[in-house]
Design a protein around this ligand. Structure first.
Ligand code: AIR
Length: 307
């Protein structure tokens, strides 16, 4: 598929992510208000979240490798469901990891809320239950925005830099989101020429990505974890004729490299990619250090989430 073959707005193209034009901001959406679902059914988001069943969901819009998106209860909203599925190397390697979805739901909530507290806009509205969160509908920019602090993964392979080498400064790079092409690294020149984003968008995206890097690095440093690199996705939202760029998708150990500062233990999806042990244990450790899991009392083999 030629890269400029963008789907019409309001439709979804597999491999590129959810592409939506958001009809309205979520201002006005209140936790307890009865909400419209599909053909006018009335439901209460809070009630459904309390009993943990997926009552706020509308019809399925998209199923990705690790998440499913459903229509949300209000126009301009979606329900993001976190699956237990883990994939790597463009889904060549697959498994189901008990508890991963619930952990990523909580961790992504934690990071997105933290970003919003320092004024960085995200798609997150509220967590609904163990596996679902209510998010703002966005038009996904078809780029993976990667920030690297320390060499690892593809940059090490591509440039022959030993993993663990501190980079001279944070490096921001872009991959074109297309599974069939294996999400190839693309220069800014391509992004602008093919119209995936404008120069102004790119300047804003880089500034956002570096702010996210500062925030996440600091949070992780506080719990003895080095943020090696991470990937974010950016969504456009329309407010009248004006667009705003916000952080979308998820931020979790699926999308970051996290190394224990003292031991170097990997606490991210590389545990799965490289067969280094139990992925849920690694994610549980991150959640526990961040206070998303209880720190005392018996720690069961599988994650127990605090509600
Ligand atoms: N990433 C990229 N595509 C999907 C994901 N999750 C993340 C990786 C890693 C960073 O982007 O998890 O944190 C850089 O990946 P790589 O493979 O380019 O070194």
């Amino acid at each position: 598929m030629f890269p400029t073959d963008m789907p019409p707005l309001g439709t979804y193209r597999k491999g590129v992510g959810a592409v939506y034009r958001s009809p309205m901001p979520y201002a006005g959406l209140r936790d307890c208000m009865p909400c419209r679902i599909g053909a006018g059914k009335r439901r209460n988001i809070l009630a459904s979240s309390q009993i943990g069943d997926p009552m706020a969901r509308g019809k399925m819009i998209y199923e990705g490798k690790a998440k499913i998106l459903y229509e949300g209860p209000e126009p301009g909203t979606l329900v993001q469901y976190f699956k237990d599925d883990a994939t790597a190397f463009n889904a060549e390697k697959k498994d189901v990891i008990d508890g991963k979805g619930a952990l990523n739901n909580r961790l992504s909530e934690y990071f997105m809320k933290g970003l919003m507290q320092i004024g960085i806009p995200t798609h997150f509205i509220k967590r609904l239950n163990m596996r679902e969160q209510l998010i703002r509908q966005v038009e996904i920019i078809p780029l993976e925005v990667i920030v690297r602090n320390t060499a690892a993964g593809s940059i090490s392979k591509r440039l022959g830099i030993e993993e663990g080498t501190q980079l001279p400064r944070p490096i921001v790079e872009f991959s074109y989101k297309d599974d069939a092409l294996g999400d190839p690294l693309v220069p800014e020149e391509y992004i602008i020429a093919f119209g995936w984003a404008s120069q102004q968008d790119l300047d804003d995206i880089i500034a956002l990505a570096l702010r996210v890097n500062d925030f996440l690095s600091g949070v992780m440093l506080g719990v003895g974890i080095k943020l090696v690199d991470f990937k974010i996705e950016i969504g456009r939202v329309w407010e009248g004729d004006f667009q705003r760029l916000i952080i979308a998708d998820e931020i979790s150990p699926d999308s970051c490299r996290l190394w224990d500062m003292e031991t170097g233990r990997k606490l991210d999806k590389d545990v799965f990619r490289r067969d280094l042990g139990d992925l849920a244990d690694a994610y549980t450790e991150v959640a526990r250090r961040l206070g998303v899991l209880p720190t005392n009392g018996p720690q069961p083999g599988k994650p127990t989430l605090v509600n």
